[in-house]
Write a protein that binds this ligand. Structure first.
Ligand SMILES: [Zn+2]
Length: 237
């Protein structure tokens, strides 16, 4: 009978601790750089991680004019949520981006922190380098929520204006999957792929095959030629 008394507290303790153990990620957060960049211990190496699909206002930019109070708010929020935690990283597309940073969704306490930033209005849904492959709908919903509730960025008229302007530059909210990937600025008369020497009319069948990531545009034929590209033989721009 005595044994039972010892086992019961152990069972209770396990039940209490288990969820925390299950939710804890694999990688220790070493440092929170700012709202959208952290350093983690990734397989024994300290790696900088740039969070996918978010871009928080600057707080530690070398050009100090770019640092704004909302950047500090985002940075402090990230510190509060991530400092000292164990997180998981979820990758999609390229493992590393420019500057060699890992590109990932950060999962903390079982929650996708990238989405959380958008839902808190601390970042827009950042689509400059393409839409989220895994969470496009969730990002849109999170941003709608933040805007509706005027959270952080979406409660500041100056910032709202700035981010709406940026979003239109990113070609935000073009439908994916069902329609061709072409994301087009109204100003573009011609388009091309970064990876090809040919330029097209936007309605060319070849233009529609260019991935959003590689798509570039030109305001005039002259501009396209000047970039070193030649006209497509199919659409004859
Ligand atoms: Zn063409």
């Amino acid at each position: 009978m005595k044994k039972t008394y010892k086992i019961i507290p152990t069972i209770i303790l396990t039940i209490l601790i288990l969820p925390a153990l299950l939710l804890a990620g694999q990688h220790r957060v070493i440092r929170v750089v700012d709202g959208d960049t952290i350093v983690v211990d990734y397989k024994g190496k300290y790696e900088k991680v740039r969070l996918l699909c978010v871009n928080t206002p600057e707080s530690v930019h070398p050009d100090k004019k770019q640092n704004i109070p909302m950047g500090k708010v985002a940075s402090n929020y990230a510190k509060k949520r991530l400092a000292g935690k164990y997180v998981d990283l979820e990758f999609e597309g390229p493992f590393r981006g420019r500057y060699g940073r890992l590109l990932a969704y950060v999962i903390v306490d079982g929650v996708n922190f990238n989405l959380e930033l958008v839902r808190q209005g601390l970042s827009p849904y950042y689509t400059k380098y393409g839409l989220s492959k895994k969470y496009d709908q969730e990002f849109r919903e999170s941003e709608r929520y933040a805007r509706k509730h005027k959270l952080n960025i979406w409660g500041d008229p100056g910032l709202i204006q700035r981010y709406l302007r940026l979003k239109s530059e990113w070609g935000q909210y073009k439908t994916k999957a069902s329609s061709p990937t072409i994301v087009q600025s109204k100003e573009w008369k011609f388009v091309a792929s970064r990876k090809s020497k040919v330029f097209h009319r936007p309605d060319c069948k070849w233009a529609k095959k260019i991935s959003a990531k590689n798509l570039i545009g030109f305001k005039s034929r002259k501009e396209a030629i000047a970039s070193g590209k030649r006209p497509c033989k199919s659409c004859r721009p």
